[in-house]
Design a protein around this ligand. Structure first.
Ligand code: FAD
Length: 498
């Protein structure tokens, strides 16, 4: 049986996928058609939930990212000179109560270095041109940079090949949605005169279109500007002078661009694939969903796709489970999250680009009131930081004990503890109250041996390797947990009663 996983694409999602599988001791090959690594900035925001989940891949991985980036804890929305909202991230319950601003190239660099520690290096200049698939694997045709071609057999394939995914096309999957008509320009600039501290970012709503300023380092900012609708075949990147003029008209005034690090333009697409899985082929990241960059969640959502899939695939490939439910759960869990991100980022974009003056006045008044309400602020913090992502309707959810969180909830990492799902084998984690009875039978190797204390006394919780609650029961009620684990265990069933 060929167990090697072919990962197509060495962007942030492919690298995350490769790192998660490699550290779980699953053989991988990562190919990318680019002949050298991309050194441009692109996505700049790493949100708390992504940092929580990445930390599982190795002690200090997220700390390493954090030391390279800029921590931003406050988001402002301003219409003209009128403050509309101030959203604080510092109260979010997470070890990372901030959004980390870091160029995508650096995020990819850190992931690539960690991957190399597991003896895996992406093969650059290697393009997937075709593949066939059957019940036992995939035969891939790979085109080398020197023009030669290779046909190789793999057990599984994960398409992390971006928005124009060849894999998605070859599978004939629909990528439904729309191309919005509005264009955007963005760039990283050194600038002076920004009237807020380096740990705050601001969105300016303006009748001509929004302007967003993200501080990446003292004196260096990501500037994003709405360019309105266009009919051209592709969006045109504004010149240095045009960026400056837009900033002067729509921003707070007094900001001076010094020099350009990188610029680009994009047109917003809102699309999602109709299935994240076809047999032994999975789609993750931009190959499965694209949307407005408002909220900066594209890359983060893709990386979390990879983290969701990796432990399930590792359990199957390592023979620790044979349950079809594991891999079947990837599509419903992640498609629901992707749809939510598309809807939320689309709403934010539409709100920021309202043109009608009366509608704008109403928007400002309503937003000022609503965004001032504590529950709304709390909900917004949760969705921005992706800490409110949960799998309420997951087919993997067991029962929920009434006094604790529901199955599918995010279980935040606890300071001083090894993260859920760390190490070289994906295992569930048990939390039990101080007075909980021992399980009546050994729980086997799907579960970490060490039972951790449950801060909510009186309940037993089983946490998935990706830090979501699988099942919870009252103290002493081991049977549902034993049955839950039996469901995933390969035959023969659990070890005999001692
Ligand atoms: C100019 C630009 C600016 C952006 N700005 C932002 C931003 O501000 N905020 C934000 O959230 N997102 C932004 N994005 C989007 C963000 O970069 C993506 O969401 C993220 O890169 C998705 O990661 P991915 O790994 O899924 O795909 P990608 O990063 O697109 O990686 C796909 C990889 O697959 C490779 N590949 C494709 N086809 C094949 C093949 N047949 N064989 C082998 N290899 C193949 C490609 O070479 C590429 O390296 C930006 C993107 C661009 C291009």
């Amino acid at each position: 049986m060929n167990d090697t996983v072919l990962i197509v694409g060495a962007g942030p999602v492919g690298l995350t996928m490769a790192l998660e599988l490699a550290r779980y001791r699953v053989p991988v090959r990562v190919v990318d058609q680019m002949t050298e690594r991309a050194y441009t900035s692109r996505a700049v925001a790493l949100w708390p939930r992504t940092l929580e989940l990445l930390e599982r891949a190795g002690d200090g991985l997220s700390a390493d990212l954090v030391t390279r980036g800029n921590r931003v804890t406050v988001a402002h929305i301003i219409a003209g000179t009128e403050p509309i909202a101030r959203i604080e991230l510092k109260d979010v319950v997470t070890p990372y109560p901030f959004v980390l601003m870091l160029p995508q190239s650096e995020t990819e660099g850190v992931l690539g270095d960690r991957l190399a520690e597991h003896g895996v290096w992406p093969e650059l200049g290697m393009r997937l041109v075709d593949f066939t698939r059957d019940d036992t694997g995939i035969t891939a045709t790979l085109h080398h940079a020197d023009g030669s071609e290779e046909m190789t057999r793999f057990g599984w394939m994960v398409a992390c090949d971006g928005a124009h995914s060849v894999v998605r096309h070859r599978l004939g999957l629909a990528f439904d949605g729309e191309t919005r008509g509005d264009d955007w320009g963005q760039g990283d600039f050194h600038m002076t005169g920004v009237p807020f501290p380096v740990n705050e970012f601001a969105t300016y709503w303006h009748e001509e279109g929004p302007v967003v300023l993200f501080p990446m380092a003292p004196g260096r900012y990501r500037l994003i500007v709405g360019l309105g609708t266009s009919t051209g075949p592709a969006p045109t990147t504004p010149s240095f002078e045009e960026f400056q003029a837009i900033l002067d008209r729509r921003g707070p005034g007094g900001i001076q661009l010094q020099d350009t690090v990188w610029t680009s333009a994009f047109r917003i697409n809102e699309r999602q694939v109709n299935s994240y899985r076809e047999g032994r082929v999975f789609l993750a990241g931009d190959s499965a969903h694209v949307h407005s960059p408002a909220g900066g969640q594209g890359m983060n959502t893709g990386m979390q796709d990879a983290i969701n899939l990796a432990w399930k695939l590792a359990l199957i490939i390592r023979g620790l489970s044979t349950a079809p439910a594991l891999l079947d759960s990837y599509d419903p869990e992640r498609r629901a999250v992707g749809a939510g991100v598309i809807a939320a980022s689309g709403r934010l974009t539409r709100m920021a680009t309202i043109q009608n003056p009366i509608a704008r006045r109403i928007r400002n008044a309503v937003a000022q009131f609503v965004l001032g309400l504590a529950p709304v602020q709390h909900a917004l913090e949760g969705s921005m930081t992706e800490t409110s992502i949960r799998y309420d309707d997951s087919p993997l959810n067991g029962v929920s004990w009434e006094a604790g969180p529901r199955a599918g909830s995010r279980m935040p990492p606890i300071e001083g503890e090894v993260p859920y799902g760390a190490g070289d084998t994906p295992r569930f984690t048990l939390r039990a109250g101080a007075w909980a009875e021992e399980p009546p039978v050994p729980l086997g190797d799907l579960v970490d041996l060490a039972i951790r204390p449950n801060p909510v006394d009186g309940g037993i919780e089983l946490v998935r390797p990706d830090g979501y609650l699988a099942i919870s029961v009252a103290d002493g009620e081991w049977e549902p947990i034993i049955a839950y684990l039996d469901h995933f265990r390969p035959a023969p069933a659990r070890p005999a009663t001692e």
